[in-house]
Design a protein around this ligand. Sequence first.
Ligand SMILES: [Zn+2]
Length: 154
Amino acid sequence: MPDDADSTTVPRTADEFTADSPFTLPGFFAALAEGDLLAAVCADCGERLLPPRPACYACGGRDLRVESQPKTGAVVTYTEVRTPPPALAERAPYTVAVVELDSGARLTGRLTVPHADAEIGLPVALAARPPEADELAMARDHEREWPIHEFEPV
Ligand SMILES: [Zn+2]
């Protein structure tokens, strides 16, 4: 990264695509571990890409800027996971939701409440925490430092 001022805009060359760029998953999760939820906002169409991507998946635009997102929003849809990955068997059943943040960006994550207590429109806030033993058991080496995000009703 040439300087901090460039860290919010799309890297243009391979040399600029460092692991700490917010346009990479390691960079996105490093920011999340520090409490900052980042999305890339497309200058051409306004789409919010979360996690950030170097090109807009709505219009193909390459003029994107990383912005912090609010961590509050509402449940758009949800489902119950009864057959999770084997490492998470002890957690089943659990609830997964698509949440629309107050900025309009959408993010999928676990809900901290049982399926019966979830509903469309439920106001929630995102929390990030270190992975627990079962989650670490299914993490690949480069994912072990990545926080786990969950949505809690507010
Ligand atoms: Zn776009």
